[in-house]
Design a protein around this ligand. Structure first.
Ligand code: AMP
Length: 449
């Protein structure tokens, strides 16, 4: 089925063609027509399936009619993390380039003044993290009475991060007659209950069984010893099939240490973890996107939902404690039809966590014996020359043993201002006339909001 059959406007189809997409992905095929018809929707889809465009595209056409009023956004998209919110904003920029819609990004970790100014001009689309939205709400800076379209993205992640009470409260401030779209990779009972309570006769689109990993991802479980993990990792990173990788660790301190160790070995490596301030995280992610570094060592909270095309490997340096984190981690590769490899390094102590992953995904992960396989280096690893020069390491030095705690961390970060020196000047906000033809926000400029 071509995009033209989904009922989207000609301007949108042009923007889709400009983006290089020929055919809609299954979630887009399933979601766009009912959303355009004004129906509530539950989209069960993993990241990497094209789910962002499945709500951004019809929203642009729905919002094309009508005008925004000061402090009263016409639609609201809730995202669990700032990175995801910024990515959705990028999608609006990309697909909305032939429309005159205004947008504001309301995320923590950046100063509030510009965000408030944008709201006062009136916005068609407000993309927000729950914490910052509630904050502005309590200061009387925002009214949701005109907000007829609500999107809750990554609902299961919102649950993990403790945002559900905020969302329930936000729900009570919206008009009764509204359209609600809820997206989630998995459908745990609390999310199901929430959907039953707040959505009206929703259409459910499921593009893969909940918690089923993408078939384009080849998964391997390498059994090794804790003290061999770094050597094994280096071997994988020097392997022939390796192009680039996100390497996940369970703790911030492991991220920092592994980053330092890989850097010392000459790898073009960056890190992204919750102790770094927002501008440093954005800068690291941007270097990875631009291929300036080929390895990004990451924690779950910092890396959730990051969208980079063509990531060849996801490597779980630690087996994730939460099985649904496994699905989300490996979903960073094998995106939009590309092939990917997901390697998990496991020790004998990880049996329980591995069993939980296999129960959730319904597949037995193919085992590779790290002791015997060629993945184990026979001797001292060779040094690899860095591909590019890197700036000094950033964002070190706090809570060395604390795990990357999902429920607490984002809330703390919402309060943390971004250092003025690192804020970029370009603003992604519309000009006074609400036109989007201004600077592209992207990751480097949204700090200006
Ligand atoms: P998402 O699931 O929204 O994170 O999207 C994953 C990736 O798929 C993004 O890089 C999108 O740009 C890309 N994408 C979205 N729609 C399509 C499409 N119809 N064809 C090919 N790629 C797409």
């Amino acid at each position: 089925m071509p995009f033209a059959d989904l009922g989207l406007s000609d301007q949108l189809l042009r923007a889709v063609t400009d983006s290089g997409y020929d055919v809609p992905t299954p979630i887009q095929k399933g979601a766009i027509p009912p959303v355009l018809m004004g129906k509530d929707l539950i989209g069960i889809a993993q990241t990497g399936t094209g789910k962002t465009a499945s709500f951004v595209l019809p929203m642009i056409d729905i919002l094309a009619e009508g005008r925004s009023r000061a402090r009263m956004p016409r639609s609201l998209i809730l995202e669990p993390t700032r990175e995801l919110a910024a990515q959705v904003a990028e999608n609006f920029e990309k697909y909305g380039k032939y429309h005159k819609l205004s947008m504001a990004l309301l995320i923590g970790g950046v100063q509030m003044g510009d965000q408030v100014k944008a709201l006062e001009k009136g916005v068609d689309v407000l993309i927000a993290t729950p914490g910052r939205l509630m904050d502005l709400f309590s200061r009387g800076k925002i009214l949701l009475t005109d907000c007829n379209l609500l999107v809750i993205d990554e609902a299961d992640r919102m649950l993990d991060m403790g945002f559900i009470p905020d969302i329930e409260e936000i729900w009570t401030k919206l008009p009764k007659a509204r359209q609600t779209l809820l997206f989630s990779a998995t459908m745990p009972p609390p999310i199901k209950k929430l959907a039953d309570k707040f959505l009206s006769d929703p259409k459910t689109i499921e593009v893969a069984r909940p918690a089923t990993a993408n078939i384009n991802i080849e998964q391997r479980l390498v059994i090794t010893r804790g003290d061999k993990k770094r050597d094994l990792l280096r071997t994988i990173l020097r392997g022939e099939e390796f192009k680039n990788a996100i390497v996940f660790c369970n703790k911030k301190t492991t991220v920092r240490e592994l980053y330092t160790s890989l850097k010392r070995s000459g790898f073009a490596v960056g890190q992204i973890q919750g102790d770094m301030d927002q501008s440093d995280r954005i800068a690291e992610f941007d270097r990875f996107k631009k291929d300036e570094i080929t390895i990004l060592v990451a924690s779950d909270v910092a890396a959730r939902g990051l969208d980079v095309k063509g990531v060849s490997h996801v490597i779980n340096f630690d087996v994730p404690w939460q099985p649904d984190d496994y699905i989300h981690r490996i979903g960073r590769t094998g995106r939009a039809g590309a092939k990917g490899i997901a390697i998990t390094l496991a020790t004998r102590e990880d049996g329980e966590a591995v069993a939980a992953i296999e129960k959730l995904t319904g597949i037995k992960l193919p085992r590779v014996d790290g002791e015997k396989s060629e993945a184990t280096p026979a001797e001292e690893p060779r040094r690899q020359e860095p591909r590019r020069t890197e700036p000094p390491a950033k964002g070190r030095g706090r809570s060395p043993t604390k795990p990357e705690s999902k429920p607490r961390e984002p809330i703390v970060q919402e309060e943390r201002p971004v250092a003025a020196k690192s804020r970029k000047a370009a603003s992604p906000l519309p000009d006074g006339d609400g036109d989007w033809n201004g600077p592209v926000p992207g990751f480097l400029s949204f700090g200006a909001l």
